[in-house]
Design a protein around this ligand. Structure first.
Ligand SMILES: *Cc1c(COP(=O)(O)O)cnc(C)c1O
Length: 430
């Protein structure tokens, strides 16, 4: 049965384990199965032809879990809601960065988050979480899951260990915890959440409530997979909005979830029934993007350092929130050293003044575009208080560190001197 599954030794040459960046162009794809095409074709098909009725029967037995797979057997291609070569090759490549057993790709980051939370949360259980969370995730927890009897309780990114433990005890008093969901660094403040500490909280929840450990799910969109690998710090599942760095060109909406085979089997089974998988065309676009993932993220990270240093020294700027500027010796810096490989390319900064001054700057930018979203090749600026985080009440915004004078920047791959020139003329115009 011809399948596009990689051989295990595809990852090694003469005993050397190849870096993921080296494998993004070829891993998991066999040209001989596609007329020798160097690149994977777009398998734009809804269904797949079985060679025999016996083969079709065998594929369904595996797909529906009617029997255990033979050791060398892979799930056959049946129908593109279940699987498709463009999705499978992409998933295999994604697992390499995070060293995950398995991955599932979705048509959006929200599809990944919704499908994953529904795979574990049950009525009368609690989702324990960090805050602030991405607006869509926040709405899911606050407005959608409660309709299914699923409660939630959280703590603020940057909270002390004792505060996190207290919040966990409060959550446990509301009911059993079915999942822990965190986002680190937090958006837009770059506050970090200690992944290892949350993993210990998951163990503690399991001990208190008896039964299985609730999965620790980390939204790794901001730094991963190149600069943060949560599975190595005790996370059970990693989620991406692939719309951001993975896609990287602001031209596709997609998402992903990665983790152990056991947990991913549950997530992927629900993807089949929710129908939240991505299309072959989206899968193909993401494979193209992954070839330059490390190149882009590295250039963006270098540019961001240049921009953040410039802003920190500018008299019109009150404060810069940027991971490479964390105070040495602080708890946040310790977490950074433990779990992050680089500061990434998201910066928030407060201009001197308030909303009017922030708007004046945003309106004066010329090269940097005024738009939400992040992680693309172009630099984007936005105003969290009135845009991405507008639905958070003003008092809560203040608790979370979101001010009227704050601007969030996603730094792209442009010439860093040009970016600084644009920010300089915009700051001068206030
Ligand atoms: C954008 C984003 C999402 C949602 O992803 P979509 O692809 O827009 O559905 C989730 N989490 C974070 C951190 C994001 O930035």
């Amino acid at each position: 049965m011809p399948r596009n599954k990689p051989r295990n030794d595809d990852r090694h040459i003469a005993g050397r384990r190849l870096h993921p960046a080296s494998l993004m162009m070829t891993y998991g794809y066999k040209p001989e199965l596609s007329e020798g095409a160097l690149k994977s074709p777009i398998f734009q098909t809804s269904t797949f032809v079985f060679r025999t009725a016996e083969e079709g029967k065998a594929f369904f037995e595996v797909a529906y879990g009617l029997r255990e797979k033979e050791p060398s057997e892979e799930m056959g291609l049946i129908y593109s809601r279940l699987n498709n070569p463009d999705l499978e090759i992409l998933q295999d490549r994604l697992t390499l960065w995070d060293e995950a057993d398995a991955a599932s790709v979705f048509e959006s980051g929200m599809a990944a988050i919704t499908t994953t939370l529904f795979a574990f949360a049950r009525p009368d259980t609690v989702v324990f979480h960090s805050g602030p969370l991405y607006g869509g995730t926040d709405h899911l927890l606050n407005a959608v899951l409660p309709q299914f009897g699923i409660k939630h309780h959280g703590f603020v990114a940057g909270a002390s260990r004792a505060e996190m433990e207290q919040a966990l005890d409060e959550a446990l008093a509301m009911g059993p915890i079915s999942a822990i969901f965190i986002e680190t660094p937090a958006n837009p403040t770059n506050a970090l959440v200690d992944i290892q500490a949350c993993s210990e909280l998951a163990d503690r929840a399991a001990a208190v409530q008896g039964g299985e450990r609730p999965p620790l799910i980390v939204d790794n969109t901001f730094l991963g997979p190149v600069f943060q690998r949560p599975l190595q710090h005790g996370a059970d599942l990693v989620i991406y909005s692939a719309t951001k760095f993975l896609g990287g060109h602001s031209d596709v909406i997609a998402g992903a979830c990665l983790g152990s085979q056991e947990l991913m089997d549950q997530v992927t089974a629900l993807r089949t029934f929710f129908g939240t998988m991505c299309s072959p065309w989206t899968g193909w676009l993401l494979m193209r993007s992954l070839e330059t993932l490390e190149l882009r993220m590295t250039k963006q990270k270098d540019n961001a350092k240049h921009v953040a240093d410039y802003l920190a020294a500018h008299p019109g700027v009150r404060k810069v929130h940027y991971l490479a500027h964390l105070e040495h010796g602080s708890e946040q810096h310790r977490i950074y050293e433990d779990q992050c490989l680089a500061p990434g390319s998201l910066i928030a900064f407060d201009v001197k003044g308030g909303e009017a001054e922030a708007f004046a700057l945003l309106n004066a930018l010329r090269l940097i575009k005024l738009a939400v979203s992040l992680g693309g090749t172009e630099s984007l600026a936005e105003h969290p208080a009135t845009m991405t985080h507008a639905d958070i009440p003003v008092e809560r915004q203040a608790d979370l560190g979101i001010t009227p004078s704050m601007i969030r920047l996603s730094v792209g791959v442009e010439d860093p001197g040009d970016l600084v020139a644009d920010l300089g003329q915009a700051l001068a115009s206030i």
